[in-house]
Write a protein that binds this ligand. Sequence first.
Ligand code: NDP
Length: 237
Amino acid sequence: MDKVCAVFGGSRGIGRAVAQLMARKGYRLAVIARNLEGAKAAAGNLGGDHLAFSCDVAKEHDVQNTFEEMEKYLGRVNFLVNAAGINRDSLLVRTKTEDMVSQLHTNLLGSMLTCKAAVRTMIQQQGGSIVNVGSIVGLKGNSGQSVYSASKGGLIGFSRALAKEVARKKIRVNVVAPGFVHTDMTKHLKEEQLKKNIPLGRFGETLEVAHAVVFLLESPYITGHVLVVDGGLQLML
Ligand code: NDP
């Protein structure tokens, strides 16, 4: 079976590191983000025969088109990583409804839509593997991140239920739940303050999370698992 891996959110941060690791392992990659130039740059840097696609995961039509295009130009997707995500941190009483909707649509609905499209093609191939990138706050909650935490908590519930639903079809679904990781998403944070609460005393690097994603993608007897990669932060929450 050809190894074709779609990485949504593959142009930057954690998704980009996953794409780098998977390319080194011989997978054919689809690097997907809204900004096509960013996705192209990331795919180009992988070397080899990888392709970039523009897609907003919150839009069903975009997701359907992207799966059609991937099948046409790369072959059927049998590995899926959902690393597209946004945060709009604020106290609930100050959170605009549009920011609630955009976080839920990107982080939760988006992964549901890509999983739905991927599961269809994986059933035809009699197998596949999915990793959704959640967050430690989806398990523990965080003040100022109630909506984001809900989107990630929802993603965990969704992934575990889907794991049960598709296990007989030899499709596995797992979650990686990172703590603080050095990416564009966290560059505005006060790292000096925050790292005092992290037992390992530092933020994580994207490759450290990517290794966990690839481990779950390739572990044939693990499904419905939530792998926390947070430097021990959950011990303190
Ligand atoms: P980055 O901001 O570095 O990258 C986000 C990626 O997602 C980009 O490729 C971006 O490209 C893409 N993206 C965003 N919105 C959409 C959309 N609607 N449709 C398609 N692609 C989209 O984020 P991180 O690498 O930090 O985060 C990756 C995942 O990990 C997210 O789900 C995040 O919630 C989660 N996470 C991150 C943590 C951290 O500390 N960094 C901690 C815990 C979880 P473009 O803008 O071009 O669309």
